[in-house]
Design a protein around this ligand. Structure first.
Ligand SMILES: [Zn+2]
Length: 205
């Protein structure tokens, strides 16, 4: 893409680094900013710089936070003895949006994936194991993606905490609500059969 200004080109290249943004979209965004008045664009860039500079990660659960301990960990109304283990912050946001979970979280920062060079040491696993022992956690709920990496991670953590007296569960895996049974893949259908629920429990949820 031939651009008439290096300044413009630099800005386009920065936007194009964002996920899902190609050069054309980046150019459209930059040209849009050029139409705004200078103060607004200052505010835009300062908001982003300030977010990056000042945002913190909760020291207990690694969720994003404005202070050392996040709002979820600081909330005494929530079941502090229950930990939902997730891969990333987007998962926390997704589960919070359901308004169905009243415990706390632990953000691993990824899952074990030897092919991508991600081992347990690169993830917040040691802190989780330490936390469960220290806080005498009653229940751990694994809410990880249903794939080999997710299962490997569950297996690894489960081995590390099996000596501790906490209940370990995982979110149900099965046919998506509104999905058609005949189109489900064999693995999903097999898991749904294996993890079947008493109807009374199903109707309640
Ligand atoms: Zn927290």
């Amino acid at each position: 893409m031939q651009l008439p200004s290096t300044l413009l080109e630099n800005a386009v290249n920065e936007f194009a680094k964002l996920p899902g943004i190609g050069k054309k979209t980046a150019l459209r965004m930059v040209l849009h900013l050029l139409k705004q008045n200078a103060n607004e664009v200052e505010l835009f860039s300062e908001t982003i710089a300030k977010m990056r500079r000042e945002i913190k990660f909760c020291q207990r659960c690694f969720n994003i936070s404005d202070s050392d301990i996040c709002a979820i960990c600081a909330n005494r109304q929530r079941k502090q003895e229950m930990i939902c283990v997730v891969e990333n912050i987007r998962d926390v946001i997704a589960i919070e949006s359901t308004q169905q979970f009243n415990g706390t979280y632990h953000v691993l920062g990824g899952v074990i994936s030897p092919l991508d060079g991600i081992g347990p040491d690169q993830l917040n696993i040691a802190s989780l194991v330490h936390r469960i022992g220290e806080e005498k956690t009653a229940e751990i709920i694994f809410a990880l993606s249903p794939n080999i990496q997710g299962d490997t991670t569950i297996y690894y953590i489960q081995k590390k905490i099996q000596h501790l007296p906490c209940t370990v569960t995982t979110i149900a895996r099965g046919i998506a609500f509104g999905g058609e049974l005949e189109y489900a893949d064999e693995m999903t259908l097999a898991r749904s059969m294996a993890n079947r629920l008493p109807v009374q429990q199903y109707v309640k949820s």
